[in-house]
Design a protein around this ligand. Sequence first.
Ligand SMILES: CC(=O)SCCNC(=O)CCNC(=O)[C@H](O)C(C)(C)COP(=O)(O)OP(=O)(O)OC[C@H]1O[C@@H](n2cnc3c(N)ncnc32)[C@H](O)[C@@H]1OP(=O)(O)O
Ligand SMILES: O=C([O-])CC(=O)C(=O)O
Length: 376
Amino acid sequence: MLDDIKKGLAGVVVDVTAISKVNPDTNSLLYRGYPVQQLAERCTAEEVAYLLWHGELPNAQQLAEFETLERSLRHLNPTVKDAMDALPLSAHPMDVVRTAVSVLGALDESLTTDGTWIDGDLTLERSIRMWAQLPAIVAYAQRRMRDQELVEPRDDLGYSANFLHMTFGEVPELVVVNAFDVSMILYAEHSFNASTFTARVIASTLSDVYSAVTGAIGALKGPLHGGANEAVMHVFREVGTADAATGWLADALAAKRKIMGFGHRVYKNGDSRVPTMKAALETLVAHYERPEVLDLYDALERAMDEAKGIKPNLDYPSGPAYDLMGFETEIFTPLFIAARVTGWTAHVREQLAANALIRPLSLYTGPDERAVPSRD
Ligand SMILES: CC(=O)SCCNC(=O)CCNC(=O)[C@H](O)C(C)(C)COP(=O)(O)OP(=O)(O)OC[C@H]1O[C@@H](n2cnc3c(N)ncnc32)[C@H](O)[C@@H]1OP(=O)(O)O
Ligand SMILES: O=C([O-])CC(=O)C(=O)O
């Protein structure tokens, strides 16, 4: 029986999904059948969000309607802002954003106490609302760290340009907007990863979609999952320069440290998304004239390959890319939330459409049955 246990559910297929396919053999990732590299090259984050929820790319009219809806929902809810303002500035932005999403749920009057929240159609409406609010929430989470006021959204801008406008108070050059949009697409979905599985477990109890996303954010925060993009930046700072990479890595591995941004549960020969995100990083390095960033990136990647044969995952190029764009390091994982909320909520809907309560078994290894000592 002990031999049957798959720690961490490694290699266990627990359900079907039609949302994305991660194929480590061909090193590919498909969203609803489309290669993610092509989506990143030819589509916007809005089109990919629509695809994940609806199963097909939008036609021109569907896209126009979808964009109009998203733009109409961008203003940060004032009660959410008040809740964020009530939190100490020392709070990690992941905790601030998790709390803000939870508040969105508590404010949704359609979440009645009589069980009528269990409604697939409302789940989509609520998901779109959360996705449209998250740029405002994440942007404000960064601005409050910098003692800056909230920036109101602009409805003449696409999703990514507006996200950057709300964060920095201006729209950067197109090369930056494009690299950011690519990162949002690459981060949007990745089958049964830990945070998506968390969302599906919560949905499987017939809880609501806000609860599923709040729980998923908690799972994403850890450095073995989404928290790695922040952790990569700490590594870059610790290493310092390309020349120091090999020595730093030898010491880190000797100390049995996990090197953030490397390795993956499913891909064992490189992450399918890395080449696309690395190309985006290269455009940023050229734009900001920071070649030393790429030198360090390449040196550490080479050293890790030589020492352990372990390849980078998506968080490795995303970390320095977000740093070059000017984001606070603690905001990197909240950016992942803003992108992944599309995938999480697509999975919540898929779970609800063919639900079975997720409740595995465990092998008990505690003491044999024994009597509680009598009190007299
Ligand atoms: C977007 C994302 O969420 S991608 C993942 C982001 N996370 C990270 O970058 C954190 C660093 N990476 C890791 O910790 C791991 O590679 C994980 C958690 C992502 C995957 O872990 P698992 O599939 O459980 O692989 P596991 O931990 O069994 O690794 C196999 C071996 O490679 C080693 N290894 C794997 N990744 C790393 C790493 N980043 N640094 C050092 N050693 C590593 C393990 O120590 C283990 O060695 P051992 O057999 O000598 O004990
Ligand atoms: O699939 C995983 O385990 C982690 C990952 O890369 C993701 O969620 O994007």
